[in-house]
Design a protein around this ligand. Structure first.
Ligand SMILES: [Zn+2]
Ligand SMILES: [Zn+2]
Length: 787
């Protein structure tokens, strides 16, 4: 074997070998229970970053582990290439706005750009050595997936779980579309409470508001029914300052007594509480903000202005007329759109929804039927489900997405739906042929598209498109930021369509954080200027195996910082694995595996220790703890195998004349066995170097074509007495090294006599190891003290 490991060339060679031999092809007829993996289809919204590499690699390691356990692993991959994130990428890249182009021209730009990115993504995952079966690939915008998505939507319509209604909805004035609660991000901003007088029978009732520009949208005042100060106002009417019209004063226990003055103005719509009150008390609607974010033209004093300018103008007018009692700086929490950062408005419109509020209990119960790894991630899901305020709004007033298979009767307004054989359908391009219940024959197509999560929440069904029944799938893996979207929505859809949970196990990974100025942590996908952290570049510079090994360093679910300096440990590991393998293999060239020799105790210790390590690591991997498992293997490899065992048997391998031919054979046998098991354990983390070493040497002796098709050892028991014996031998070596280094002696310097203190039960084994110990410690003689 070469002195230096040329990763660039070898990694490419190994990937070509796997592809040529179809090592990872899924054959549903093959032996073994099917283990199906629901991989997150990455959103095509820009280039991949180190965070993707980190979390996707962790799932990949599990795929390899399950395959070695004997499962028939189905490991597909998909791309989520429609919806707002993709549209925003195209707008950025092309320097355009979707609404300045024809719909079809914009969509075709989206297709071209997503194809470019998808091919980049695919190359990237292959260059990381992913064991995906690429023949199972899907795209959420492809006709076959559009058909599945539309079919399942129609199923929800039929069961009453999808419905349309006109009501207040979360609206992004920047993206000009409705959004769902899950796309809302909260932010604390500097703002001000403005105190204004409303007049009740000539008396002034003070109200503090952060949004005085909504004054003309004010439909009532609320106080808390328990608030003594205001009880006598309830049921009376108040005059709105500046606009001078009368509104009722009502009581509701959602009003906090100690916030502001304890009197709240309800406008249509300042926030989600306003929207709740609007529906609860059947309040009238007074339109203020238009979908484009401007104040409606017919609003007196501020019509046509933007929200910010309108607020300034109202404050100025209030002050001028002596109606501004005071303004007071506060920090308060607002809702922003996660995609663009713009504060969200609430605007009434007709949208499609999936009912989620009425089934919260069922979603909570489902959480108990799923195995969460790590277990505490379940709490995030529960907190989200318990805090749901809105049904899931699934229509988006956008362009590149899966269309609703829906038209509306021009006569009565009722929706009509596509027939199954028409799917996939775009109602903007196809006519509805039927007749409405009212006799109408003229129909208006729905122009909105599905929220992208509508389609990506049915990935288990998409993975079943070739007819193989998978539900519930074996596992899903992703990072924790999409628990409220991907995890939640998929559980909802699975319960609605199949009546059961979507997967048995859920493996949730952490994030990679970048250090921002001032030591603030920042999620790497949101930080700017980290092109030095471009994972494509990192692979070229450091190798896929180095990055993969690094990815498996943290405990599952924990967030980690990354800097390229952190790869030093991985690189030292690869060098160590290469050198240790080279050394071992150089002594195994003449190995005779046809007859198992009688093993010496120290060689038996090694084969027992490797069994013990395989078992412990396997148990951790079964719990998806790839980081803790790797640490167990590392401990064994560095300390027991490299630092001790190789040092102990070195002389025996070199000098059969002194140590005996059968004794050398015993060492060779244990060395072969142990190195092979070490390579197998590491093959899930560093698949290229381990495969290369396997092919270079072990393949000629083993029946299996690739190390990745070998089996994870499943030992029935481990001889603990031998393990203890090995620890005692390690102690002797440790004491000898300590003795020499404390006296500044070379490790090769000779010792007159070595004392070994041990129990009777180990005496015989020690005596059988005597030559090895003498060679390793350079002791001229050994004296035993038996306890
Ligand atoms: Zn937006
Ligand atoms: Zn009709």
């Amino acid at each position: 074997m070469e002195k230096h490991y040329d990763f660039a060339q070898i990694e490419r060679q190994m990937q070509e070998f796997w592809e040529r031999e179809q090592i990872y092809r899924f054959d549903q007829e093959a032996d073994g229970e099917i283990y199906s993996i629901d991989t997150p289809p990455p959103t095509v919204s820009g280039s991949l970053h180190i965070g993707h590499l980190f979390s996707y690699t962790q799932g990949e390691i599990i795929a390899r582990f399950r395959r070695m356990q004997g499962y028939n692993v189905m490991y597909p991959f998909g791309f989520d290439d429609n919806g707002l994130p993709t549209e925003r990428l195209v707008e950025r890249e092309e320097g355009i706005r979707a609404n300045t182009l024809s719909r079809s021209a914009f969509i075709s730009k989206c297709r071209n750009i997503t194809e470019k990115y998808e091919s980049e993504f695919r190359t990237f995952w292959k260059s990381l050595g992913f064991s995906v079966d690429w023949s199972l690939e899907y795209k959420t915008i492809s006709p076959e997936v559009r058909k599945i998505s539309q079919e399942l939507f129609l199923e929800l319509v039929k069961t009453g779980k999808a419905y349309t209604k006109e009501s207040p909805v979360l609206w992004c004035v920047e993206c000009q579309t409705s959004i769902a609660q899950a796309e809302l991000e909260t932010d604390d901003v500097e703002s001000a409470f403005h105190y204004l007088p409303f007049f009740v029978e000539g008396e002034s009732l003070e109200v503090a508001t952060t949004r005085p520009e909504l004054l003309y949208g004010c439909v009532c005042l609320f106080v808390n029914p328990a608030d003594e100060r205001y009880r006598h106002y309830v049921g009376k009417t108040a005059a709105v300052p500046l606009y001078d019209y009368e509104i009722p004063v009502l009581a509701d226990d959602k009003v906090s007594i100690d916030k502001g003055t304890g009197v709240v103005m309800c406008a249509t719509f300042g926030d989600s509480t306003d929207a709740e009150w609007f529906e609860k008390y059947k309040l009238p609607y007074r339109s203020i903000i238009l979908p484009n974010g401007n104040i409606a033209g017919d609003v007196p004093l501020i019509g046509g202005l933007g929200v910010h300018a309108a607020r300034q103008e109202i404050i100025r007018l209030l002050a001028e007329r002596g109606l501004l009692i005071k303004s007071e700086k506060i920090t308060h929490t607002i809702g922003k759109h996660e995609r663009c950062g713009r504060p969200i408005e609430i605007i009434p419109s007709r949208q499609w929804y999936i009912d989620i509020l009425s089934e919260q209990e069922r979603f909570l119960k489902a959480a108990d039927e799923i195995n969460w790894y790590p277990a505490n991630m379940k709490n995030r899901y529960i907190a989200w489900v318990e805090n749901l305020k809105w049904d899931w709004c699934i229509s988006r007033q956008r362009f590149s997405g899966v269309p609703f298979p829906v038209w509306y009767c021009r006569n009565c307004g009722k929706p009509v739906f596509a027939e199954p054989e028409q799917l996939p359908v775009n109602p903007l391009e196809s006519k509805y042929d039927g007749t409405c219940g009212c006799g109408g024959t003229d129909f208006l197509p729905e122009s909105a598209v599905f929220d992208t999560w509508v389609t990506s929440s049915v990935t288990p069904q998409i993975n079943e498109r070739h007819g193989l029944k998978l539900a519930p799938m074996s596992m899903r893996t992703h990072a924790h930021e999409i628990i409220r979207t991907w995890t939640f929505y998929t559980i909802v859809r699975s319960l609605y369509h199949t009546g059961s949970i979507p997967w048995k196990d859920l493996m949730i990974c952490g994030f990679i954080l970048a250090k921002k100025d001032g030591n603030q942590k920042e999620k790497i996908s949101k930080s700017k200027n980290n092109s030095a952290l471009d994972p494509k570049y990192l692979i070229v510079a450091h190798s896929a195996d180095v990055l993969r090994y690094w990815s498996a360093g943290a405990r599952l679910g924990t967030d980690t910082f990354f800097s390229p300096d952190d790869l030093g440990i991985s690189k030292r590991f690869i060098t160590k694995l290469w050198n240790a393998s080279r050394f071992a293999i150089s002594h195994l060239q003449d190995i005779d595996l046809s007859r198992k020799p009688e093993l010496l105790p120290i060689d038996r210790w090694m084969t027992e220790r490797v069994k013990e390590t395989v078992t412990t690591a396997g148990n951790l991997l079964g719990e998806y703890e790839i980081g803790s498992a790797r640490h167990v293997i590392d401990e064994f490899f560095w300390k027991d195998f490299c630092d001790n065992y190789i040092e102990i048997i070195k002389e025996r391998l070199y000098n059969p004349g002194i140590h005996g031919i059968e004794e050398r054979r015993s060492g060779q046998y244990a060395l072969y066995d142990t190195l092979l098991e070490i390579l197998k354990m590491y093959s899930i983390y560093v698949p290229h170097i381990t495969e290369f070493i396997y092919q270079k040497f072990f393949r000629q002796h083993e029946q299996v074509i690739s190390i990745h098709l070998t089996h994870w050892m499943n030992p029935s028991s481990v001889d603990t007495k031998l393990i203890h014996f090995g620890e005692k031998v390690k102690d002797v070596i440790f004491e000898m090294r300590k003795y020499k280094s404390e006296r500044n002696l070379s490790m090769r310097s000779e010792l007159e006599m070595l004392e070994i203190h041990t129990e009777k039960q180990y005496e015989n084994w020690f005596r059988q190891t005597e030559k090895d110990i003498q060679a390793c410690t350079k002791a001229k003689s050994i004296k035993y003290f038996i306890k």
